[in-house]
Write a protein that binds this ligand. Structure first.
Ligand code: IPE
Ligand code: IPE
Ligand code: MG
Length: 245
């Protein structure tokens, strides 16, 4: 695969941890733990391939609806994984960013996020986005609120608002939109991930459960992507002449 057929930005909904554990008669938590290992593997792989941005959906706004025990365990796992992986990320020149609403995280996790973002801020390699307490609708909503404030202050007229204004207030404003969206575990939905930014992403779904997603599975997704013709609304490149010869 050449540089030009590689996606610049890959967005992944890492799904299927629970089912992976159930198949092995293990508690769900074991599935989440293996999910962290898979994430580590894929981060390293993508960095090696010079992917510019990798976005991982780790916890959705809707995931707060899970039982308290599972949510508590996940929060602990995020904190421990950050503590454990920060060295590897920094050594690999990876810049780590978090998107989502941090208000509901405990102070220890918030401090760690702040610390890790600061430590890796100047890294020039891959940008790794962790989406936590994130939702695409939340993102569009907070962007809209910011624009509404500008309108209230008379800095912007409502009639002048364009998609670019909205894009500029979203969490990924300075990054290219995802070229490739991957969802594991056979579910065919976006589950409120990056709704605005996925407008022209190529969608790839696989039955592989997230803890089993490895380098080979990533290669399969990348070769599907390399075979797609991205048209962005234009006519197909092998189109017949419009009016005949
Ligand atoms: C994804 O795996 C991890 C999170 C949403 C945190 P799930 O926990 O959703 O696994 P399934 O869908 O129950 O198999
Ligand atoms: C989406 O997975 C969120 C993450 C992977 C973090 P879910 O398992 O929560 O999605 P639904 O509920 O099946 O749509
Ligand atoms: Mg799931």
């Amino acid at each position: 695969m050449t540089e030009s057929t590689l996606p610049r930005h890959i967005a992944i909904v890492m799904d299927g941890n629970g089912r992976w554990a159930r198949q092995r008669f293990l508690p769900r938590m074991a599935g989440h733990q293996s999910g962290v290992e898979a994430a580590r593997r894929i981060v390293k792989c993508c960095a090696k391939k010079n992917i510019k941005v990798l976005s991982l959906f780790a916890f959705s706004r809707e995931n707060w609806r899970r039982p308290d025990q599972e949510v508590g365990y996940l929060m602990q796992l995020f904190l421990k994984s950050l503590e454990r992986e920060v060295g590897m990320l920094h050594e690999n020149n990876i810049q780590l960013r978090f998107i989502g609403d941090r208000q509901n995280f405990n102070p220890k996790l918030c401090d760690k996020i702040f610390e890790v973002e600061n430590l890796t801020r100047a890294n020039s390699g891959m940008i790794l986005i962790m989406a936590m307490d994130y939702g695409g609708q939340w993102d569009i909503c907070q962007a809209t609120r910011q624009l509404a404030v500008q309108v209230e202050r008379g800095e912007l007229s409502s009639a002048a608002i364009t998609p670019d204004h909205i894009t500029s207030k979203l969490s990924f404003a300075d990054l290219p939109d995802p070229d490739l969206f991957i969802r594991t575990s056979g579910e065919l939905r976006l589950s409120n991930f990056m709704l605005w930014q996925l407008a022209y992403a190529e969608l790839y779904f696989t039955n592989t459960l997230w803890p089993d997603f490895d380098e080979q599975a990533l290669e399969a997704a990348l070769s599907h992507f390399a075979g797609r013709e991205r048209r962005f609304g234009q006519s197909s490149s092998d189109k017949p002449p419009l009016l005949g010869e």
